[in-house]
Design a protein around this ligand. Sequence first.
Ligand SMILES: Nc1ncnc2c1ncn2[C@@H]1O[C@H](COP(=O)(O)OP(=O)(O)OP(=O)(O)O)[C@@H](O)[C@H]1O
Length: 241
Amino acid sequence: MTDTALLVRGVAARLAGRDVLTDVDLAVHAGEIVALIGPNGAGKTTLLRVILGLLDRHAGTVTVAGQPAERARGSIGYVPQRHEFAWDFPITVEQAVRTGLAHRTRWLRRPPREHTTAARAALDRVGMTELRHRPVGELSGGQRQRVLVARALVLQPALLLLDEPFTGLDQPTQTVLTDLLRRLAGDGTALLVTTHDHTAANRLCDRICLLNRTVIADAAPDELRDPAVWLRAFGVTGAAS
Ligand SMILES: Nc1ncnc2c1ncn2[C@@H]1O[C@H](COP(=O)(O)OP(=O)(O)OP(=O)(O)O)[C@@H](O)[C@H]1O
């Protein structure tokens, strides 16, 4: 057993012939929440996709829960950006959560009973049990975000990757989500969260990883008070002079 849920070493990725990530090193431990922050196009989503094995890396290694990521797909929960889910699809909250296990259901077979049990347990963890029969199209932004978290939790992942979960949420809803993510970390899940919301990151995270194609800084929020580091991460050169 290891408490390093995610270990990224020397990762490089190329898209359309362009180097999008170079020499990226990152570790996230069990029970830890790390924010991945960087400007638009910094490679945050690309890094999540490389960890998930949806994109080939050009160099480096990715280890999840002590295993090469290729063999650990079932240990990774992924919460995509909210707009990436088909909310107009005519399914209920519980059915949406069960789609997190769809790859384990045989084609045209009824989902096994344990999938329903897993979906209900995940809905309970995110506080959405009462809404489980609601059509997903009727949910608010915050409720949708919790459904996506539940959908990732059905796999009981050691590592949870969240892509911009705070975008478009008002302050009280952000607080509900922050509390939920903290509880998951308290249960030992490792969380890697991309965000543009520095306030949310400061409130939520144990560490902030500043990314701009490579890791510019990786430290506790309190240790990242030097504006020069942020200017470097956001590609603002000469702004301090
Ligand atoms: N499918 C693709 N083909 C070619 N280039 C891509 C593709 N997807 C992303 N890119 C490029 O890779 C770079 C990194 O994109 P990525 O989406 O990872 O950035 P990001 O940090 O998540 O940005 P944002 O904060 O805007 O979501 C960008 O320059 C983007 O244009």
